[in-house]
Design a protein. Structure first.
Length: 147
């Protein structure tokens, strides 16, 4: 379905379900990016209807492993970097960003340290358009090397 090449394969996908959400209040309005590191890991960063950012790890690649993972997001704006921890959801399929304001043009660096001593590192620029983000890079590497 997607081209898998050597190095880092990154693709952007914007999903916005405003019409569906208007019909069914249980469907969240989602817009975000999906990024993959060499086809072996993928994450999706979304802004949900409740206003919280969630990062989903592909359940087929890493089943429920986020539950025990530590995650943080670094937000770079005006030359300053602020780090915010992220909390896992109850089912372990996502981590949630609470208390951080992400604005148009912010450079984001997401680090998810997995229980298997690997880390997923994704860098992207938030474009703020209903909220759609543009993937910059994605990698999967040993956690010891990740911040």
């Amino acid at each position: 379905m997607f081209p898998f090449t050597r190095g880092i394969t990154v693709w952007a996908m914007a999903v916005l379900s405003t019409a569906s959400w208007a019909c069914d209040e249980h469907l969240p309005v989602r817009g975000g990016i999906t990024a993959s590191a060499s086809g072996d890991r993928s994450i999706e960063i979304t802004n949900e209807a409740d206003g919280k950012f969630r990062i989903y790890v592909d359940e087929h690649d890493i089943p429920l492993s986020v539950k025990a993972a530590k995650a943080q997001i670094d937000i770079q704006r005006d030359g300053k970097v602020r780090s915010h921890p992220m909390q896992p959801t109850a089912d372990g399929t996502a981590v949630v960003l609470n208390g951080a304001q992400i604005k148009h043009g912010d450079m984001l660096r997401v680090v998810i340290n997995l229980p298997n001593r690997q880390a997923i590192v994704s860098e992207l620029r938030y474009t703020g358009m209903n909220p759609i983000a543009q993937a910059v890079s994605m990698s999967s590497k040993p956690a010891a090397r990740a911040r």
